[in-house]
Design a protein around this ligand. Structure first.
Ligand code: GUN
Length: 298
């Protein structure tokens, strides 16, 4: 079998188009232009690339974008003061603090300081709870962007996922845990594997869906994959190529997986573009929530 490639760029472009038209109607009917504030603390070059892409995407769908670069030496109190100011600024619908933060700043305290209605990452403890209790789902509320993008790709590929077995590899707050919640909402039977899990390959061989969010290059091998399974690769790992430029690879051995999977996301061009499109979706959603308007159907 040769897998079908799930093209995240095409899906993301469609989603961004729908967001841009919904933003235009929000402006014409209510005079509201969503605004996204992205805060980067420090000089991490990969984070700087992601943050720039988020600001650019926001402007392209007709939002205001506020890019805030703070030095590595910024104290936790200074960052909290910036967040308090953005919480009170009516032109800011969404606030995103790029992770990871420098070690001297307590990320959990920072995330909890963001107004939950402006928490476009869905990382505030109240919003984590709302996803867990089913108040937030893929149509309503603020759900973490990467897992949301993965679910949209899966639904488009598989349709109804009821009863399918899914394996999430990785238990991070950003991807693994919210991914498991969203798959449960889709009526999948979900296993979460992590660094202490035994026999991951044999678990993987039994499932219909694999979501790999480990952060290790090409660790998921072809023979881990059940014939015809759907594989979503969240990994973005930069690896050195002898005598050449570093290249980006996922957590899955793509060439080998192509021979077994039914469908697979490539890296780059799979989950990455969907993450940014879903951030735009959440910013639009936040603007509606703050204005007391019902969620746009996207
Ligand atoms: N770092 C890696 N992924 C993310 C994300 O989705 N949101 C934020 N804020 N930081 C990240």
């Amino acid at each position: 079998m040769t897998a079908r490639i799930i093209d995240g760029k095409i899906h993301a472009a469609q989603l961004r188009g729908a967001i841009a038209s919904s933003a235009a109607s929000l402006k014409s009917s209510h005079g509201i232009v969503p605004g996204l504030a992205v805060i980067l603390v420090g000089e991490d070059s990969a984070s700087a690339v992601y943050v720039a892409a988020k600001g650019k995407a926001a402007r392209e769908v007709g939002f205001h974008a506020f890019d805030m670069r703070l030095p590595e030496t910024t104290s936790e109190a200074q960052l909290l003061a910036e967040i308090a100011q953005l919480n009170g600024d009516a032109s800011v619908s969404g606030i995103l603090v790029q992770m990871p933060l420098p070690a001297h700043i307590d990320a959990k305290r920072v995330l909890a300081a963001i107004d939950p209605l402006k928490d476009v990452d869905g990382f505030h403890p109240l919003n984590v709870g709302r996803l867990s209790n089913g108040e937030y789902d893929i149509h309503h509320g603020l759900v973490p962007c990467t897992p949301l993008g993965c679910i949209l790709l899966l639904k488009d590929t598989l349709g109804d996922m009821s009863g399918l077995r899914a394996l999430v590899i990785g238990r991070s707050e950003i991807v693994g845990k919210p991914m498991a919640q969203l798959l449960i909402q889709e009526n999948c039977t979900v296993t979460v594997a992590h660094s202490r899990t035994r026999e991951v390959p044999s678990i993987a061989r039994q499932v219909d869906i694999i979501v790999a969010a480990i952060g290790k290059p090409e660790i998921v091998k072809g023979d881990w994959i059940k014939e015809g399974a759907t594989v979503i690769d969240v990994g973005t790992n930069r690896v050195d190529v002898p005598g050449g430029k570093p290249k980006l690879v996922g957590d899955v051995d793509f060439a080998a997986a192509m021979e077994r999977a039914g469908a697979i996301t490539p890296v780059p061009g799979g989950v990455g573009p969907m993450t940014i499109a879903c951030l735009m979706r959440n910013t639009l959603m936040a603007a509606h929530l703050q204005a007391g308007l019902s969620a746009p159907s996207l």
